[in-house]
Design a protein around this ligand. Structure first.
Ligand code: NDP
Length: 254
């Protein structure tokens, strides 16, 4: 069975992706910034439950050496990489108006949400191209955001980073087409996780008031199921595509 690397699989959407992939029989490696004892225990428990290989790694995706070490460790453990899921990401530490945004926050967001996944993809793609042995379906999946298109002036650096992920998806789709590696962007809307916990009340009200056509929060499992569909090759004759996982949030209405 194919091997999948999921960045940021320790919590939230990434954890939902890992859970769904192992249930589909994939071997899965995932990372967080640091490894907590409960993360290792979870990896072992998933492995035992589903009879697949599961490994947890510590990696800061904003750091080039850490990214290379992650890919080296994954390759040593799994042999080959079939699917890369660029999920890890951060929100600004403080939501503040564009007029007050700091360069420090801008750089942190861009380095983590855009530069990290971009260069992880570059290194992973080089390795995938060099590994001509595998007969499994291969692809790269970027977790973007509706914020690639929707403006939030109190977290502009996040919107910019996700707009960059959208273009990175298209760039890699073109570059990797000849290597038979489709590249997709999954674009979640409002998903319940630590990232949205601090603004849960605000979104509760917005959802009740009709922000989404489907009047509920999205869940990590909603995104996980979409990743599993892509990883199994259900959309093999598509690349460079955006798939919204947003309960209809982005359907234009008036
Ligand atoms: P969480 O904050 O709940 O989880 C973030 C995950 O990313 C954690 O596993 C965290 O690891 C990891 N991570 C953060 N920074 C780094 C780093 N530098 N290196 C490695 N791992 C890192 O966020 P979500 O699950 O909500 O978000 C996941 C993705 O989905 C993000 O890209 C986010 O932008 C996107 N998204 C989220 C939406 C939402 O509504 N929640 C909506 C649209 C998109 P650790 O545990 O070690 O901190």
């Amino acid at each position: 069975m194919a091997s999948v690397l999921v960045t940021g699989g320790t919590r939230g959407i990434g954890a939902g992706i890992v859970d769904t992939l192992v249930a589909h029989g994939f071997n899965v490696g995932f990372c967080g910034r640091s490894l907590r004892p409960e993360t290792e225990a979870r990896a072992q428990a998933l492995s035992g439950t589903y009879g697949v290989k599961v490994r947890a790694y510590a990696c800061d995706i904003s750091d080039a050496a850490s990214r290379e070490a992650l890919l080296d460790a994954f390759t040593a453990d799994f042999g080959s990489l079939e699917v890369l899921v660029n999920n890890a990401g951060i929100a600004p530490k403080v939501r503040c108006d564009l007029l007050d945004m700091s360069e420090e926050s801008f750089e942190e967001l861009l380095r983590t949400n855009l530069q990290g996944p971009f260069f992880l993809t570059q290194s992973a793609a080089r390795r995938m191209i060099a590994d001509a042995k595998t007969t499994e379906f291969r692809c790269i999946i970027n977790i973007g955001s509706v914020s690639a298109d929707y403006v939030s002036v109190n977290r502009g650096e996040y919107c910019l980073s996700k707009a960059g992920v959208a273009m990175a998806t298209k760039l890699w789709a073109v570059r990797l087409a000849d290597a038979q590696i489709p590249v997709y962007e999954l674009r979640p809307g409002v998903i319940r996780s630590d990232m949205t916990a601090g603004v849960a009340e605000k979104y509760d009200k917005m959802i009740a008031d009709g922000l989404t056509l489907q009047k509920r929060w999205g869940t990590p499992a909603d995104v996980g199921r979409a990743v599993a569909a892509l990883a199994t090759g259900s959309l093999a004759y598509s690349t460079g595509e955006v798939i919204n996982i947003d309960g209809g949030l982005t359907v234009l209405r008036f």
